[in-house]
Structures are given as structure tokens and as C-alpha cells.
Design a protein around this ligand. Structure first.
Ligand SMILES: CCCCCCCCC/C=C/C(=O)SCCNC(=O)CCNC(=O)[C@H](O)C(C)(C)COP(=O)(O)OP(=O)(O)OC[C@H]1O[C@@H](n2cnc3c(N)ncnc32)[C@H](O)[C@@H]1OP(=O)(O)O
Ligand SMILES: NC(=O)C1=CN([C@@H]2O[C@H](COP(=O)(O)OP(=O)(O)OC[C@H]3O[C@@H](n4cnc5c(N)ncnc54)[C@H](OP(=O)(O)O)[C@@H]3O)[C@@H](O)[C@H]2O)C=CC1
Length: 265
């Protein structure tokens, strides 16, 4: 699949959760397209691995260990990226936490952990980057990684579904507020994607994996590179008039959920 995303030469992006899975794939794709990338997450070693992969491929990257639940740490992340690379052009809100639990049994601490990472973290990062872009007077773009259960819900993931729905509402609200500054905000909703993090959190057994797979009309999990490719389209100049939207990249998963769970005729 190739979408028109343009080059990103000389631009700088922050990718949260850039030390693994989809975030790493987006960071690598941005760097391959010429961008400088600051990757943020809690685990320094994973971020360092992403930086090493990017540098090995001839790109430029910076690891900034950050917990997105801490607004001061987020402000420091934005300053560190802008200081190292001279400017900022955008953000990918990709950091997340998830686990499957019946909503009725979820503890307040479990609810808070996921909502703090996904919704509050995305807000802190978006606010800090938008302020920097306003200061620069340059415009830019923000992409948030959500999931289709933001609008259809999903048993076992009330914390994540509610938080992702919040991120979608935040995106639509700020897309209008920030359009006059030339700042675009969009979401991407990947379907089941082959990553170690999601595998451990959501389909840890072969049985659970097969159950998920049976819901995907395309008959396979996504490769993180497929999500990264579509992400670059949304971040780049090919999407210059596109804001407040969500692009679903899920092999037909959410449309295909019909009576009897059939995914084919
Ligand atoms: C099916 C869909 C297909 C659908 C498939 C398609 C759609 C998929 C969409 C989305 C996919 C993803 O997001 S995949 C992303 C997956 N990646 C990750 O989850 C990586 C990061 N995860 C984490 O860091 C952790 O899992 C997480 C718990 C969220 C945060 O870690 P912390 O160290 O901050 O938190 P902890 O101190 O361990 O725990 C905080 C509280 O959460 C509770 N808690 C922790 N794990 C728990 C668990 N398994 N069950 C109950 N409760 C739990 C603890 O008891 C604490 O509550 P108290 O005891 O009350 O204090
Ligand atoms: N894989 C899938 O099937 C799907 C994934 N998604 C979304 O895609 C995104 C990436 O998920 P995926 O790559 O699969 O999973 P990963 O577990 O690999 O990615 C989650 C990342 O978030 C980071 N993170 C977690 N908590 C924090 C925190 N408090 N502060 C900073 N970083 C944090 C983790 O790093 P660390 O632990 O080191 O902090 C990790 O790098 C998420 O938003 C997820 O909800 C959406 C739909 C489907």
C-alpha cells in the first residue's frame, strides 16, 4: 500500500510509546521519510533500541524517557525535543495501557491507570506540543492512535474504550480550536495488530488469538508497518486539508461484525 504522504525532511516529531510495536514502526517510518524523531516512553532501554534502529538506517532520533501521566515530564519532553532538533512539527499520541477485565470488577486504580495514560497523557502531550507550535508560528499535525471500540465499545475494555473515545472527542474539539493556527489533529484506529504489547494484554493464549482473528474479514492481523504507512499520510502534506477525522485501518473488522459472527457470505 502506498499513500501520498510527501517527504518529512527537516521536520521533527515526538512519538509517545515509541519504544515498541506500532509506535516504533511509526518512528522508523517518519525517520525513513526524512524526519527527526523524539521517542518517549517509560522504559529507557526500549527507546534506546528504537534510536539505534533509526540511526543504523541513517536517520536521527532522540530517546526521552517520559511517563505521559506526568504533565511536567511531558513539558520537559517537548523542550528536550525542540532543543535538540531546533523545532517541532508534530506529535503521535501512541502510548497506551490495556488489559482485559469485566468493567464491574475493575478497581478504581485500574480505571485510573489506563485513563491516565491514554486520555490524560494524550491531552498533556497535545497541549504541550500545540503551545510550542503556537510559539513557533509554524502549524503542525497531531495524530492519536485510538481503536474502533471508541465508538462501538467492547466488553472487557471499558477503561480503554472510554479513554479512546475521550481522545476522539479531544481531537475533534481541538481540530476546530487549532485550525486557525495551522495545526491539524486526526486519529487512526488500527485493527488487531501484531505487537508484543497487545498480544500480552489482549490475546495471550492461542485460543484468544484465534477468537480475535475470526472477527477480521481480511483474515489476518495487521503488520505495524501498515499502520505506520497510513499514519504518515495523516501526518504529512498529503492530508493538508484533513482535520478532526479518524481513519480506520482494520481489515474490515468493525464493519464485518454481523449476526452469528460471520465475516464472509
Ligand atoms: C479483547 C479485545 C480485542 C480487540 C482487539 C482490537 C483492539 C485493541 C485496541 C487496543 C490495544 C491496546 O491498547 S494494546 C496496548 C497494550 N500495551 C500495554 O498495555 C503496555 C503498557 N501496560 C502497562 O503498563 C500496564 O498493563 C498498566 C496496568 C496499564 C499500567 O501499568 P502501571 O505500572 O501503571 O500499573 P500497575 O501499578 O501495575 O496497576 C495499576 C492498576 O491496574 C490494575 N491492574 C493491572 N493489571 C490488571 C489486570 N490484568 N486486571 C485487573 N486489574 C489490573 C492494578 O491492580 C492496579 O489497580 P489497584 O490495585 O486498584 O491499584
Ligand atoms: N496492537 C493492536 O492490536 C492495537 C493497538 N492500538 C493502539 O496502538 C498503540 C500502540 O500499541 P501497541 O504497539 O500494540 O502496544 P505496545 O504495548 O507495544 O505500546 C504501548 C507503548 O506505550 C508505552 N507506554 C505505556 N504507558 C506509558 C506511560 N505511562 N508513559 C509513556 N509511555 C507509556 C509503552 O512503553 P513503556 O511501557 O516503556 O512505557 C509502549 O511502548 C496504543 O495506543 C494502542 O492502544 C489500537 C488498536 C489495536
Amino acid at each position: 500500500m502506498t499513500l501520498e504522504s510527501g517527504r518529512f525532511d527537516g521536520r521533527t516529531y515526538i512519538v509517545t510509546g515509541g519504544g515498541s510495536g506500532i509506535g516504533r514502526a511509526i518512528a522508523q517510518a517518519l525517520a525513513d521519510a526524512g524526519a527527526r524523531v523524539a521517542v518517549a516512553g517509560r522504559t529507557a532501554e526500549r527507546l534506546d533500541e528504537t534510536v539505534a534502529l533509526i540511526e543504523k538506517a541513517g536517520g536521527e532520533a532522540l530517546a526521552v524517557p517520559t511517563d505521559v501521566r506526568d504533565p511536567e515530564a511531558v513539558d520537559a519532553l517537548v523542550s528536550a525535543a525542540a532543543e535538540r532538533f531546533g523545532r517541532l512539527d508534530g506529535l503521535v499520541n501512541n502510548a497506551a495501557g490495556n488489559f482485559v477485565v469485566p468493567g464491574i470488577d475493575l478497581s478504581p486504580g485500574g480505571w485510573r491507570a489506563v485513563v491516565d495514560i491514554v486520555l490524560n497523557g494524550s491531552y498533556y502531550c497535545t497541549r504541550a506540543v500545540a503551545r510550542r507550535l503556537r510559539e513557533q508560528g509554524t502549524g503542525g499535525s497531531v495524530l492519536s492512535v485510538i481503536a474502533s471500540y471508541a465508538w462501538h465499545g467492547h466488553p472487557g475494555t471499558v477503561h480503554s474504550a472510554a479513554a479512546k473515545a475521550g481522545v476522539l472527542a479531544m481531537t475533534r474539539t481541538l481540530a476546530v480550536e487549532l485550525a486557525p493556527l495551522g495545526i491539524r489533529l486526526n486519529c487512526i484506529a488500527p485493527g488487531p495488530t501484531e505487537t508484543a504489547g497487545a498480544g500480552a494484554a489482549l490475546w495471550a493464549t492461542q485460543e484468544a488469538r484465534e477468537e480475535v482473528l475470526a472477527t477480521v474479514p481480511a483474515g489476518r492481523f495487521a503488520d505495524p508497518a501498515e499502520i505506520a504507512n497510513a499514519s504518515l499520510f495523516l501526518l504529512g502534506d498529503g492530508a493538508s486539508y484533513l482535520t478532526g477525522e479518524c481513519l480506520t485501518v482494520d481489515g474490515g473488522q468493525w464493519l464485518g461484525k454481523q449476526v452469528y459472527g460471520r465475516t464472509s457470505a
